[in-house]
Design a protein around this ligand. Structure first.
Ligand SMILES: Nc1ncnc2c1ncn2[C@@H]1O[C@H](COP(=O)(O)OP(=O)(O)OP(=O)(O)O)[C@@H](O)[C@H]1O
Length: 366
């Protein structure tokens, strides 16, 4: 009896996407089923290019076909991806699927370093990525991407609007107040001016189609945070902390800020930066100089995942200062750590898109 498309889909309906807890057929992840005798091919559309479960899903598909359709079939599983979104009303940032706020309670915990590396790692996995340096009082992205001297062009659209072209570097589209004003004058961008500059970044920049737009938030809690949630529906927030008690206490405040009823942005997870110190010359040694397990405990307490633990390594600081994010140093042990972080964040976004309610733009009256 010849193999039918229905039989193939039936078999694949027994393969579960482990993170999303539903089968591949229900999730509309199977496309382009082709059958030629005993040769069966189809495409699995994953929800993130950086999917850590790729191989597992691939093997489960082959097994399902062999068990339920034909044990001798030649199975070709093509893997591709289409990042999911829950955004329906796209009045702002029309082409952007997911907006991720990267926040910290305390300053100096490495939030910008983590954001820069996360953006590059996501882009390297095949996603379309943008980055807004919303840390308006201390923009650091121009330095971290080695584009301090770049100035974005403004162009006019067909309907007569002026749009800013973001600066593109290492596959990431970047917008920073640092491109518009020299670093030493950053102090003037405060309060309402900062908020209105930030709104401009959101609405008057030609972001095009993006899978992920990362927002490097200012540390702490401020008007800027409110501006952000007032202006756009943030998909979720990630909180960067270091293991010290003071940093963890502030990270908790940051986390709770997103969870306030009038903000109500889901927290995707915690990233512990400077989790341990590793000397360059002794890469296998770990020294927990700031304490151990704080990020994991915070994540557990608030029932969110610990998305990654990044060591304190001299090279990360040096690469940041040189304008080449550490994840690009492919021979360094740090690169896979940031790659894994990107996988975890992308995974958390697709889980959030599958289960949590859509984030509403909050109407906060000041
Ligand atoms: N894992 C790390 N290993 C080594 N150095 C790091 C690491 N993370 C960050 N740094 C360094 O620590 C300093 C502060 O980092 P960064 O500017 O990213 O922090 P931040 O939290 O964004 O700061 P701010 O609160 O000022 O915005 C930088 O010099 C950076 O290179």
């Amino acid at each position: 009896m010849s193999i039918t498309k229905e039989a193939v889909l039936k078999a694949l309906s027994y393969v579960e996407e482990p993170d999303l807890g539903k089968d591949l057929v229900t999730l509309n992840m199977i496309e382009d089923v082709q059958i030629d005798g005993q040769n069966i091919s189809f495409t699995v559309v994953l929800t993130t290019p950086a999917c850590p479960l790729k191989e597992l899903i691939h093997n489960a598909c082959v097994r399902a076909i062999h068990t339920m359709v034909d044990k001798d079939a030649q199975v070709t599983v093509n893997m591709t991806s289409r990042v999911t979104t829950m955004r329906q009303n796209r009045d702002v940032l029309r082409g952007v699927k997911n907006i991720i706020a990267v926040a910290s309670g305390k300053g100096g915990v490495g939030k910008s370093t983590v954001t820069a590396n996360l953006a590059v790692a996501l882009a390297r996995s095949g996603a379309k990525v943008g980055l807004i340096d919303a840390d308006i009082s201390g923009p650091s992205m121009p330095v971290m991407f080695g584009v301090e001297d770049s100035r974005p062009h403004v162009f006019q659209t067909e309907d007569g609007r002026n749009l800013i072209e973001p600066i593109e570097r290492f596959g990431v589209k970047i917008m920073s107040i640092g491109f518009l004003a020299p670093a030493e004058s950053a102090i003037v961008w405060r309060g309402p001016m900062a908020s209105s500059a930030l709104k401009q970044f959101i609405t008057e920049v030609d972001w095009g189609e993006l899978d992920y737009l990362l927002l490097d938030m200012p540390p702490g809690t401020s008007d800027i945070h409110l501006t952000l949630v007032q202006t756009l529906p943030v998909t979720g927030a990630v909180i960067v902390t270091t293991p010290q008690k003071v940093a963890l206490a502030d990270a908790q405040k940051g986390l709770q800020m997103f969870r306030q009823p009038q903000i109500n942005v889901p927290v995707l997870g915690i990233i512990e930066n400077m989790a341990w110190f590793t000397p360059q010359e002794l890469p296998d040694n770990k020294y927990y100089i700031f304490g151990q397990g704080g990020g994991a405990a915070l994540a557990q307490k608030h029932e969110v995942p610990l998305l990654g633990e990044i060591p304190l390594v001299q090279g990360i600081r040096e690469n940041g200062d040189q304008g080449i994010p550490a994840v690009l140093q492919t021979t360094s042990p740090v690169a896979p750590i940031f790659e894994q972080l990107a996988e975890s964040v992308a995974r958390a976004v697709s889980i959030r898109n599958n289960v949590a309610p859509r984030t509403q733009v909050v109407d906060v009256k000041s």
